[in-house]
Design a protein around this ligand. Structure first.
Ligand code: COA
Length: 259
């Protein structure tokens, strides 16, 4: 069976690749768990100096697997552990630099996770979106705080409330992306940058990352908690149920009777 998360390490760089192209790299519970394990391993292994998150076949990810959301909400247990939590714990606890290389779709959690990376590089064909409202949901994992902090309220409101796709150029203009490269050279450019980081003194890198995040770490923790509570409440609700059903039935959702 093809591995849906492929992890490989060399020259101090750990690459964590999402690899479920037949479902546009939609992330399942198992994939989150595998990515969490890879991040923990990258953190512990002294030989690893930097981690790179990427997709496959010209796709980053189409976000959380919507059928998983549907299955989770069907259990009606908002407090049931969701493996995305373990993945974000791995991201937040990673002391080493985390780079994202984004090609193609970066939808939902695919864009949320970029807010928590240290460096984000995109190819010209990258398309981002935060379609939570369209799915009857709300921002997740502290992005309700992180995106307005990065882009300002109005820019963030446009992306969250309308939930429409946006280009790599737009992502760069709001500060989400460091640099845009041609589709064909993205990975090569990212590996060159990762290689430069891997040569640097590791303790100085880690302490610098920690210092940059220290002043707002508590606010982020609170935002993750409040986003999470509301996200799960909405996920159990009728608007999300209609949006998930519309996706699986390949039709437009009907929110006309929502109140
Ligand atoms: N969850 C579950 N399955 C997904 C998925 C997701 N997030 N994204 C894509 N897929 C599946 C499709 O259901 C389809 O499965 P099938 O072949 O069994 O029918 C397969 O991946 C291919 O997707 P398809 O929609 O045919 O490809 P496309 O190129 O026409 O469109 C997308 C690609 C990503 C624009 C579209 O699939 C999409 O909008 N996905 C949902 C994105 C989303 O809302 N994510 C949740 C964010 S919280």
């Amino acid at each position: 069976m093809t591995e849906e998360i492929v992890t490989r390490s060399s020259d101090g760089i750990c690459i964590i690749q999402m690899n479920r192209p037949e479902k546009k790299n939609a992330i399942t519970q198992n994939m989150y768990r595998k990515m969490a394990e890879a991040l923990q391993m990258a953190d512990k292994d002294d030989a690893i100096r930097v981690a790179v998150l990427c997709g496959s076949q010209n796709l980053f990810t189409s976000g959380n697997d919507i059928r998983d959301f549907q299955a989770h909400s069907a259990t009606q247990k908002a407090d049931q552990p969701f493996a995305a939590d373990a993945f974000f714990k791995g991201v937040l606890e990673l002391r080493k630099p985390l780079i994202a290389a984004v090609q193609g779709y970066a939808i939902g959690i695919g864009t949320t996770m970029l807010l928590h990376c240290d460096l984000v590089y995109a190819s010209q064909n990258a398309t981002f979106s935060l379609p939570f409202v369209n799915l009857g949901l709300c921002p997740e994992f502290g992005s309700s705080m992180m995106l307005p902090r990065l882009a300002g309220h109005q820019q963030a409101a446009e992306l969250f409330l309308l939930g429409e796709p946006f280009t790599a150029d737009h992502a760069r203009s709001v500060g989400l992306v460091n640099q845009i490269f041609p589709d064909e050279t993205l990975m090569e450019e990212v590996m060159t940058i990762a290689g430069r980081l891997a040569q640097k003194p590791p303790r100085a890198l880690m302490e610098t990352k920690k210092l940059m995040k220290a002043s707002w770490a508590n606010d982020l923790r609170k935002a993750i908690e409040t986003d999470g509570k509301m996200f799960f409440e909405l996920m159990m609700g009728p608007e999300a149920a209609e949006a998930f059903a519309a996706f699986t039935e390949n039709r437009n959702p009907d929110f006309s009777t929502s109140s």
